[in-house]
Design a protein around this ligand. Structure first.
Ligand SMILES: CCCCCCCCCCCCC[C@H](O)CC(=O)SCCNC(=O)CCNC(=O)[C@H](O)C(C)(C)COP(=O)(O)OP(=O)(O)OC[C@H]1O[C@@H](n2cnc3c(N)ncnc32)[C@H](O)[C@@H]1OP(=O)(O)O
Length: 271
């Protein structure tokens, strides 16, 4: 892994982790080192109950331009003389592994889409739990324009579920762009903010999440993603029931109720 920090992290507010993709000259395009560092950062905070919410954004004027088209580098595990098909598949798995990394991170991830999010960069934004977009940001389903399929980092599964099959197919098959206004209109963005406030709004959202019971937030994130995959409403309710009862057994649930009745702010201990 290179010495340069391709992923910058800071803690701007209590319980909030800010992650910045840091290849601004390449519009934060993804290469093996950036993906490695992002995997490492997410692995470090995956079960960290002190990290209550995460904001992900891009350094410079773009969010993420997707695969580094000038060369991705050699992903971990590549062997001498490995063919392009094997190397390509390893690159693909190396990047797509971020899906599990995002899903298994206990803290909700809020993407502050500060600029262009193209190809895998658009997928990265879609894998976040919440998207706050700058009014100047644009999502580019660029894969097909680079002769690749759009089946990437979960997008072929997630986009139709977010906006409907026909609209997703039109976007993925034409490779067209979606500006922030359209993204908000079709439900890909929670809100659109002026460029100079998008990060603050994302941090405010993170702070609002951090006010709640950490276990309750964790279970809510789990249920929402898991129930996108269950075959029936009955199965979804079953998972809701179990996580609800788990949450109700926590002291934080008790504290949340008592503090409400006593008209004071709750003091969660995360258990
Ligand atoms: C090629 C490596 C081979 C590895 C072998 C394995 C391959 C098979 C495995 C595939 C795994 C793929 C996983 C990934 O998810 C797939 C993708 O992401 S495909 C989509 C890739 N991204 C794009 O196609 C986006 C390309 N960029 C743009 O469309 C535009 O730049 C933009 C993002 C809309 C912004 O437009 P502008 O604001 O006009 O900026 P410019 O276009 O002028 O760009 C400024 C500057 O940045 C350079 N740049 C932009 N994007 C990339 C990029 N993705 N990789 C590298 N460099 C990029 C651009 O060239 C300019 O540089 P300059 O000319 O100023 O030097």
């Amino acid at each position: 892994m290179s010495d340069a920090k391709l992923i910058l992290i800071e803690r701007p507010r209590p319980g909030i982790l800010l992650i910045r993709l840091n290849r601004p000259d390449e519009l934060n395009a993804m290469n093996v080192d950036l993906i490695e560092e992002l995997h490492e950062v997410l692995a470090q905070v995956r079960d960290d109950s002190l990290t209550r919410a995460i904001v992900l954004t891009g350094e410079g004027r773009a969010f993420c331009a997707g695969l580094d088209l000038r060369g991705y580098g050699t992903p971990p595990g590549a062997t001498e003389g490995e063919g392009r098909a094997q190397l390509g598949l390893r690159v693909q798995k190396h990047i797509a592994g971020l899906v599990d990394a995002f899903r298994s991170t206990r803290a909700p991830i809020i993407a502050a889409v500060n600029g262009a999010a193209a190809g895998g960069g658009m997928s990265l934004a879609l894998m976040a739990d919440i998207r706050i977009m700058s009014e100047s940001a644009v999502l580019h389903a660029a894969f097909i324009r680079r002769g690749l399929s759009n089946c990437d980092i979960g997008m072929s599964w997630l986009l139709p579920r977010m906006i409907g099959f026909s609209r997703a197919a039109q976007i993925m098959l034409t490779g067209r762009s979606i500006d922030a206004a359209e993204a908000e209109r079709i439900g890909l963005a929670s809100s659109v903010e002026p460029a100079d406030t998008v990060l603050e709004v994302a941090l405010d959202t993170a702070e609002a999440i951090a006010q709640n019971s950490p276990f309750g937030v964790w279970m809510t994130k789990e249920v929402m993603w898991s129930n996108l995959e269950v075959p029936s409403m009955r199965a979804a309710i079953d998972l809701e029931n179990r996580t609800q009862i788990l949450s109700s057994l926590t002291r934080d649930h008790r504290e949340a109720v008592v503090s409400f009745l006593e008209k004071r702010a709750p003091e969660f201990q995360n258990h």
